[in-house]
Design a protein around this ligand. Structure first.
Ligand SMILES: [Zn+2]
Length: 882
């Protein structure tokens, strides 16, 4: 099916909607009409047109390969499906390609589309690109015509179920999603699409804003114009399929006036004409998309028995007997279903409808790929680009639906479900209360007690506007937000809504951080985390909020494995992580050391500071794990070199040592002192020099957390040299010299020892996490898209927890959970994440380490149970009431 997937990518993702309209003579290009020279790609696509698109997919090495796939598209996939009598096919059409894919992967069960379990991975990867609805609606239309039935229900899950009975049974038990970010966990694409299709004329500035942010990353500058045309086409298709009430329908003449440049000429002519001004205005208005759209929206306000979600769309959103948040998805599904049906049953204007719908789908897929992270470039930078536009296109009054869908789409699937969602804390207590209230208000009464909130700070690079110490601006911002959280939790007056008033602070159960970690290490958050964790609630006992637990995103993105492992240990030391706390992702603990470094020819690219820190840290680890070996000697040599370079700029300049200054250096290059200074980095930058005393009670509480009082850290404090190095670390010239980038290659003769050391450290940290009973939150699809896995079965979860499974890895029993992270961005659900992992393990069995399906399901079920155990809020049904 690989070729069919590539062909689908070519025909639906690489095809431009404008091109389709041009070939159909509906749009001018370079002031020209097509006039029948290029065949319409939807029904008459030529092999050369497909080959051109296939080249853009870039999946084939030779032109001959592209050519043969192009031939198959024309001779087979665009043709009716002969062997499927249960399906009605199109005449020669690109839409048959969708049916070809759908009939191999999905079927209908109890009237809802369901995926064959064995095809789930393929379905997931391909439907991600186009949206599942593109396939499910064409399949439903095709089946229903043969069955002579007409579908009324379109509220199947956003990500369809599969037919593995045992795994489905597992989902009927208690389930918890512990790691999801509210903003990216909703029907992000679908709500954005409806928002644009209903409000396009007021969104030009949003498109311009995003274009300016994204132009260097290939954002289409004509995207607004394209969405404008898509919007007009949608209005017309809804008219043509009877989904708009008669007085709101538009004609094909009105449509072509809008999508074609002719409109400008026509409007110019009207504007210049000598007719009465008011008539002129009326005429101009009746031509405009804004006017037609507002008419459609106006009539939708008068629907009888309106769905609660009708505000989102001018097409009627069906009201089902089990009306729930999935209804949001149903109006667009019904539109697609109806157009597919119209085409399958035949109509007089078949050619035009077909071209219009094809261009509509191309526009939609284009937008989908623009806002959802789908391109194959791995890495966090890529991801953060998408992060910023997750909810940009959603009109403000529709945000409540975004929250609602994020929380309810998971909770409606079972009665014992619970989730912890993450939001950024505001800088004021009122701001935090307002935001939480807004979220709680958007959620249905029966789900109000089934979710909690984790407040996450955002990592960002050191701005260095104020150079007093590292990350000064961010540290101050964190402190402000930490104080806001503190005040918010102490104020029992912040109450929620509903039949009973829930104290809002009861929703908050933990703290976390998010965003790329390369330029922002755990040390920046340490004081705030200690401060919030040990926060004493004084609010006259009207409420009992949970103690705040800690979870921390770490080891997801790193310069190299040593750097990532060190970050994990920093989080553990600086935050005093303990049983009940969690770590997010930790991919670095399961990354294959040998594969990772050999792929990079044993060269590490990072900053001098990071390399220097890594050397001191690895040196310490090496001594502890293997004793003083020759590798220690090697690490020391590199350490000395970079220490001179970064810390002793005057002594070491232009690659030479100034021996006269060497007698009296500012700081000594003792690698052990340096290691001790690293241990202290979780302390406030000024703790060793000049902390001012404050009268303010809150400030005093904050100051009490300036130092990490754990045993080993207290000892480091008595090392004068380490203290001096700690102060130096925050000095501007050190920061500057240390931030220079280097490419460092491990010396050939030490490569094997280096690998062994890193493998030993991974193992040591895993054991430590296991014995401290800290748990790890895993997010398979997110990790697959951001990390370096080539398949789901390479996910480190198998190294963290493999009790009961046969694997080639060391045995570990770490408490893990499977979660979704950003399900709206990664197009997934918790059920899908569980299933993909199970399927991948079943499919990719290592010789000598086979597992039966039952073994895998039992293992999965243990993970489900552990997720429930690890939730921060263990008393969700009792404490929120007064
Ligand atoms: Zn996350």
């Amino acid at each position: 099916m690989e070729h069919l997937s590539n062909a689908l990518k070519a025909v639906f993702k690489e095809q431009d909607g404008d091109e389709v309209l041009f070939c159909a003579d509906m749009l001018q290009k370079d002031n020209q009409y097509n006039r029948g020279e290029m065949p319409r790609p939807d029904t008459e696509m030529k092999e050369s047109q497909i080959q051109y698109l296939l080249r853009k997919v870039n999946a084939y090495n030779t032109l001959d390969q592209e050519s043969i796939v192009g031939q198959v598209v024309v001779s087979e996939w665009m043709k009716p499906l002969k062997s499927h009598k249960e399906l009605k096919s199109f005449d020669l059409s690109v839409f048959n390609m969708l049916l070809h894919f759908a009939c191999k992967t999905i079927y209908f069960k109890n009237n809802d589309p369901v995926c064959h379990y064995s095809k789930l991975l393929r379905w997931h990867n391909v439907s991600n690109l186009f949206g599942e609805d593109t396939f499910t609606t064409v399949f439903a239309a095709s089946l229903d015509i043969v069955n002579k039935s007409k579908r009324k229900y379109f509220d199947w899950p956003a990500y369809i179920d599969h037919n593995n009975k045992e795994i489905n049974a597992l989902f009927k038990n208690k389930m918890a999603d512990l790691h999801m970010h509210l903003k990216g966990s909703s029907y992000n694409f679908d709500i954005s699409w409806l928002s644009i299709m209903n409000n396009i004329t007021s969104m030009e500035n949003v498109f311009t804003e995003v274009y300016n942010l994204r132009k260097t990353y290939g954002w289409d500058k004509d995207l607004y114009a394209k969405m404008y045309r898509a919007c007009a086409i949608r209005l017309y298709l809804a008219s043509r399929t009877g989904l708009l009430s008669e007085n709101a329908q538009i004609t094909s003449a009105q449509l072509s006036n809008i999508i074609d440049d002719k409109i400008n000429n026509a409007n110019d002519a009207i504007a210049k004409s000598a007719i009465d001004e008011s008539v002129k205005r009326q005429l101009l208005e009746s031509h405009s998309l804004e006017f037609l759209l507002s008419k459609a929206k106006e009539t939708s306000k008068h629907f009888e028995d309106k769905s609660d979600y009708q505000d989102l769309d001018y097409i009627r959103i069906p009201r089902y007997n089990k009306d729930n948040v999935r209804s949001i998805l149903s109006s667009e599904r019904e539109l697609m279903y109806s157009v597919f049906r119209l085409l399958l049953e035949g109509c007089d204007d078949y050619k035009d409808i077909s071209s219009l719908f094809y261009s509509y789908l191309c526009y939609k897929v284009k937008f989908r790929n623009a806002i959802i992270q789908l391109n194959s470039t791995v890495g966090f930078h890529n991801f953060t680009l998408y992060e910023e536009i997750k909810d940009k296109f959603i009109a403000k009054r529709h945000k409540k639906f975004l929250y609602k869908a994020a929380i309810e789409s998971f909770l409606i699937n079972g009665k014992d479900r619970y989730l912890e969602t993450r939001i950024v804390p505001d800088t004021t207590a009122e701001g935090i209360a307002e935001k939480i209230k807004e979220i709680a208000e958007s959620v249905d009464e029966k789900y109000k007690e089934r979710f909690s909130i984790i407040l996450h700070f955002i990592k960002s690079r050191d701005e260095r506007k104020d150079k007093e110490y590292r990350h000064k601006e961010l540290r101050e911002d964190i402190k402000k937000r930490a104080f806001a959280i503190h005040k918010f939790r102490n104020n029992a007056e912040y109450l929620g809504v509903g039949s009973e008033d829930y104290p809002l602070s009861g929703y908050v159960v933990g703290i976390d951080t998010a965003n790329t970690e390369l330029m922002c290490r755990p040390e920046v958050f340490a004081q705030a985390f200690r401060f919030l964790r040990y926060h004493n609630i004084k609010n006259n006992g009207r409420q009992r909020p949970n103690d705040l637990n800690i979870t921390y995103h770490v080891g997801e993105d790193f310069y190299d494995i040593a750097d990532g492992l060190r970050a994990v240990e920093e989080a553990m030391i600086y935050f005093n992580l303990k049983n009940g706390d969690r770590l997010g992702h930790c991919l670095v603990l399961g990354t294959d050391v040998r594969k990772y470094y050999s792929m990079r020819y044993n060269t590490i690219c990072c900053t001098k500071q990071v390399l220097l820190d890594n050397m001191a840290w690895l040196h310490h680890k090496c001594k502890r794990l293997f004793g003083y070996t020759s590798l220690c000697y090697y690490l020391e040599g590199i350490f000395n070199q970079y220490f001179y370079d970064v810390y002793q700029g005057q002594i070491y300049q232009d690659g030479k040592i100034n021996y006269e200054l060497l007698d009296d250096p500012d700081v000594n290059n003792n690698i052990n002192d340096y290691y001790q200074s690293w241990v202290l980095r979780g302390n406030n930058p000024k703790f060793a020099s000049d902390m001012e005393e404050s009268d303010d009670e809150l400030e005093q509480e904050w100051d009490n957390c300036a130092e990490n009082h754990e045993y080993g850290i207290e000892i480091a404090k008595f090392n004068i040299n380490a203290l001096e190095l700690f102060d130096q670390y925050h000095k501007d010239e050190i920061v500057e010299r240390g931030s220079e980038a280097v490419a460092f290659t491990i010396k050939e003769s030490y490569v094997e020892d280096f690998y062994k050391l890193l493998e030993a450290i991974q193992e040591q940290l895993l054991k430590e996490i296991e014995s401290k009973r800290i748990s790890i939150e895993c997010n398979p699809t997110s990790n697959y898209k951001i990390g370096e896995m080539s398949n789901y079965d390479e996910h480190p979860i198998l190294k963290f927890y493999n009790s009961g499974l046969n694997t080639p890895y060391n045995k570990h029993d770490i408490a893990v959970s499977i979660n979704t992270d950003d399900q709206g961005v990664f197009s997934t659900s918790l059920e899908r994440e569980y299933s993909l992992i199970a399927l991948a393990i079943e499919r990719h069995q290592t010789e000598g380490f086979k597992n039966s399906p039952r073994q895998i399901i039992d293992w999965l079920d243990k993970i489900r149970q552990m997720s429930v155990e690890q939730q921060f809020d263990n008393d969700i049904f009792n404490y929120k009431k007064n």
